[in-house]
Design a protein. Structure first.
Ligand code: SF4
Lengths: 166, 552
């Protein structure tokens, strides 16, 4: 089972990410029973999923807007944000918006090109789960949370900027 | 000057450890080239034509004597004995070995320096006027705000992977020496109707392939809201800036494609969410930062003491240097000295390790132990007693640092170009030198007055060619190095962008072309008008005619 870092610990990942917004029949092919589907899938088939027996969540690609999640947000235990490549930084803003603007309390999971050297920044923006790229050493990635003792800015994990703490 | 506390020191120590680990993983093959790339760039490390190049941040251009000596040591021990001041008030070294970089960073950390975010698609070093705090025409010293922005932008978790690099300048003086309007964000200190000092904020300026002058986003922002206003602009850019095409990824393109009004609305919408939040500046923080930039305890002195006026009368070379390189200071009896690093035959902005040590000594002896780097690639001693100018000048002379061509045609801005830079289309340093050789006579140069020639080796415009009165740009023409010439650019308050004069020239032709441009200027000049004014009065045509006239 793939590894995930959640709340600073390595855990098994019981969720499957559906890549495409094809019809609900793909759910029969989901390994396990919990899935994270793209926003488009939810828009098209959301109504048909009421009776689904597993848990369900949503992922957003980097060119999609958090405002478009709309009311779905309240029902989602996880919002996953995709990094098509690690150098695409749009998801950092999305995570902060979800936490700070929308007050979202559920899990925000980084998926896609998720690498050790970006985890510190991600966590400060409100990500609390990291589905690492397959070649990453999960143990080594745990170190990333300690890359810096503190930061200058207000952030999701340290809401008071340094200048108010000095 | 800002002094680090335990938090700042810890942050640097963490950074050095982090980069050491990243470098080791890269050398062990655990990090791919493409994954290491942004990590090393955010530590100022490029891989260039000849060797890695390390760019070190000089926050808003301020350096202490101790830091200068450390830079001298780095030049000696890790480089070939020299460094290069850049057009963004930083310094870079062209020959460090990759394995040594973590050690160099550790050296720098000892003197409160680093290479953080001097490259890469993140917020870069914030720059300002090199005369901040001592200029006669200053509304308020911009440096405390630069420091506030430096801290806010350092390791900002949300903005570490922007669509493209991002540059901020702050200006508190009437005459803008910071080229503020051609920055991604340009900030002017300004007064509102009630007489309070705050900020006017522009966005979307920039040079490069598509030069643009920034547009006003905020006409007045109270000091407390500076960071939230910046955060709002940054967020809109991070979310919506183009990532599909590197050449369209700067904020200027976003502003243009969105439309100024719509862009402003998005920013205001974002601002409404974050304004009054935790990032709202406190008076305590503003005052804390201001406390590092208070005036030194100046002696009570008179202007024009005999120790200055006597040698001015007797030593023509000294008088010439004072005339050109010394600027009035707001404090009576003091002067601002600019050391011009543009001696003919030396690459513009280059300094040797001994010169760095020497400047450090002079800073300690004459200017409270501090210097500033200018975006014209020169060095300023900001607080020199007028009665010591003559002694200072003699000492500068001993180290070939007394060039008296500041602001003149031979005080060119020039990027490293094809001699060092992997992106270059053409060399730029030899062009600068060939022009300097074409104008050897300092008296003639002085008669010509202030003329700014800016040279870039490619479209990236590190040499600010668009805002040169005469701009020279290296272009590639079927694999050969050619140079495109533009006229009429300026980065002062009434910033303007140069206009291309016509087909490009070979390297050999350039000195003669510049010569012809100057002849046209001389023939049309009214009184002691500056080149730019003559150009604006007569337009580009007479220059064109002369330069492209068939020889008969
Ligand atoms: S302008 Fe071009 S050639 Fe010159 S330093 Fe910048 S990238 Fe290199």
């Amino acid at each position: 089972m793939p590894k995930l870092i959640r709340n600073g610990e390595i855990v098994d990942d019981h969720w499957s990410v559906l890549k495409e917004a094809t019809g609900p029949e793909v759910l029969t092919t989901v390994p396990g029973k919990n899935f994270i589907a793209p926003l488009k899938f939810w828009k098209f088939y959301g109504n048909e999923l009421q009776d689904y027996y597993g848990e369900k969540a949503l992922w957003l690609d980097s060119d999609e807007d958090v405002n478009d999640i709309g009311d779905l947000l309240n029902d989602m235990p996880i919002i996953a944000l995709n990094f098509p490549v690690f150098s695409d930084g749009r998801a950092y803003s999305k995570a902060r918006e979800l936490r700070e603007k929308f007050g979202y309390q559920g899990e925000i999971r980084a998926i896609g090109d998720v690498l050790r050297d970006q985890i510190y920044f991600m966590s400060r923006c409100g990500f609390d789960a990291f589905a690492l790229r397959h070649d990453q050493d999960a143990e080594a990635c745990l170190q990333a949370f300690n890359d810096f003792h503190t930061g200058y800015q207000a952030s999701v994990v340290e809401p008071t900027p340094l200048f108010r703490r000095r | 000057m800002y002094v680090y506390d335990q938090y700042d020191h810890q942050m640097l120590a963490d950074r050095v450890a982090q980069f050491r680990d990243q470098t080791n993983r890269f050398l062990d093959g655990k990090l791919s080239d493409s994954e290491f790339l942004p990590l090393r760039l955010q530590n100022g490390l490029y891989v260039q034509r000849l060797a890695p190049m390390l760019r070190i941040a000089v926050p808003y251009g301020m350096l202490s004597a101790k830091q200068l000596r450390k830079l001298g040591l780095i030049a000696r021990e890790f480089d070939k004995g020299y460094g290069h001041f850049t057009t963004r008030q930083n310094i870079q070294f062209n020959w460090p070995a990759l394995e040594d970089v973590p050690d160099i960073l550790a050296h720098l950390a000892e003197v409160e320096m680093h290479a953080i975010q001097t490259s890469g698609n993140c917020i870069r070093n914030t720059t300002t006027d090199q005369f901040a705090g001592v200029a006669v025409d200053e509304l308020e010293d911009a440096r405390p705000y630069c420091e506030i922005i430096r801290q806010w932008s350092t390791f900002h978790p949300e903005f570490a992977f922007l669509p493209r690099k991002f540059k901020i300048a702050v200006c508190g003086t009437k005459i803008d020496q910071a080229a503020t309007q051609v920055h991604d964000i340009g900030i002017y200190l300004t007064k509102n109707a009630a007489g309070e000092v705050g900020f006017r904020i522009l966005a979307g300026g920039g040079l490069g392939r598509t030069p643009v002058i920034g547009v006003e986003i905020f006409d007045f922002v109270e000091k407390a809201h500076l960071l939230t206003a910046l955060e709002a602009i940054m967020r809109v850019y991070n979310r919506e800036g183009r990532r599909d095409n590197k050449y369209k990824a700067r904020i200027k393109i976003l502003v243009k494609e969105t439309g100024v009004e719509a862009f402003r609305e998005k920013v205001m919408h974002e601002w409404a969410q974050v304004k009054n939040g935790a990032q709202t500046l406190t008076d305590d923080e503003i005052n804390r930062c201001k406390s590092f930039f208070t005036a030194p305890d100046y002696a009570a002195l008179e202007d024009n003491p005999a120790a200055l006026s006597d040698p001015l009368g007797s030593d023509a070379l000294f008088a010439s240097w004072v005339d050109q390189n010394v600027t009035p200071h707001k404090q009576p009896g003091y002067a601002i000295v600019t050391v011009c690093l543009k001696e003919t035959g030396v690459a513009p902005g280059d300094v040797t390790d001994t010169q760095l040590d020497h400047i450090a000594d002079l800073a300690e002896e004459f200017s409270y132990g501090e210097v500033r780097v200018t975006h014209h690639q020169n060095v300023v001693l900001a607080d020199v007693r007028q009665d010591q100018l003559y002694t200072l000048w003699k000492k500068l002379n001993q180290q070939s640092l007394a060039s008296d061509n500041l602001g003149l045609l031979t005080d060119m801005i020039c990027c490293p170009g094809g001699d060092y830079c992997a992106l270059a289309n053409a060399k730029s340093i030899p062009i600068a030198e060939s022009i300097q050789r074409e104008f050897p006579d300092i008296n003639e140069l002085k008669q010509l007055g202030n003329i700014r020639i800016n040279i870039s080796g490619c479209m990236n415009a590190c040499g600010h060619h668009h805002v040169g009165n005469i701009g020279i740009l290296g272009v590639d023409k079927k694999g050969e190095e050619f140079y495109q010439v533009s006229l009429g650019g300026s980065s002062q308050h009434e910033a303007s962008l140069g206009k291309i004069i016509g087909p490009s020239f070979s390297q050999e032709e350039i000195p003669a072309v510049v010569h012809k441009l100057i002849e046209v200027f001389k023939a049309n000049r009214h009184g002691d008008e500056e080149f730019l004014s003559t150009y604006q009065r007569i337009g580009i045509e007479p220059f064109k005619e002369k330069v492209y006239a068939k020889a008969d």
